[in-house]
Ligand binder design. Sequence first.
Ligand SMILES: [Zn+2]
Length: 95
Amino acid sequence: MTEVISIIASGLKCDNPSCDYINEDIPQEEYINYINAKCPKCGSVLLTQEDYDAMQEFHNLVAELNKLDLPVTEDKFIMDIESDGKGNLTFKEKE
Ligand SMILES: [Zn+2]
């Protein structure tokens, strides 16, 4: 079965807006090990429990949507998902 929605998640970005730290090498399965981990550059928390929970909820929602067997079209939308450290996810269309 083709998944209508797929999530490709990897890497962690510092939530501090004035910090540019990003680690692209963290696979999604390892996020759980990074909850409350500190940014090596500025000491901010890289991944809060709230953000992690929000991501898990989103994954569950997508898994449910994919079970509905929605028609797959040629149209593709690629979105960037960002979290703000407070458990809010924002979706941005990727340029
Ligand atoms: Zn930082």
